[in-house]
Design a protein around this ligand. Structure first.
Ligand code: FES
Length: 153
């Protein structure tokens, strides 16, 4: 199958790989780079479990082709904490008890980081709207919104 050589930055580290042109960013992260924080729920853009930031923009990594990411800067859940210090939104998820099984949490947090970055935090409704592509089967939505609100202050 046709493949491409790509250089991209993942969580601050420059990486160069040869990938099959059909490889998703999600598979690149999980299978080539062993960054398994981003989860594969639906693999079809419907659940948000695979959410990461590409050049600061929220994307579903299952729908993003790795071969197109030459020069891109990718941030995953593994890249959020500063050493032992959690990112404020990670801490807020702990404080607000915003997860049960935890499967959707990395995607929720990356989506929430995008929400805060883009300033869609004017009201709980606005946050909920922004986060609506991130499904939580445990139904933690109220607490997830609170965690985003806590982070904004
Ligand atoms: Fe990508 Fe569900 S795994 S949106």
């Amino acid at each position: 199958a046709p493949s491409s050589r790509v250089s991209l930055t993942v969580n601050g580290t420059r990486r160069t790989v040869t990938v099959d042109n059909r490889t998703s960013l999600l598979d690149l992260l999980r299978e080539h780079f062993e960054l398994t924080g981003s989860k594969k729920g639906c693999n079809a853009g419907a659940c948000g479990a695979c959410t990461v930031l590409v050049d600061g923009q929220r994307v579903n990594s299952c729908l993003t082709l790795a071969a197109r990411l030459e020069g891109a800067e990718v941030t995953t859940i593994e890249g959020l904490a500063d050493g032992d210090r959690l990112h404020p939104l990670q801490q807020a998820f702990v404080d607000q008890d915003a997860f049960q099984c935890g499967y959707c949490t990395p995607g929720q947090i990356m989506s929430g980081v995008g929400c805060i970055k883009e300033g869609h935090t004017g009201s709980p409704e606005e946050i909920r709207e922004w986060m609506s592509g991130n499904i939580c089967r445990c139904g933690c939505y109220v607490k997830i919104v609170r965690a985003v609100e806590q982070t904004v202050g």
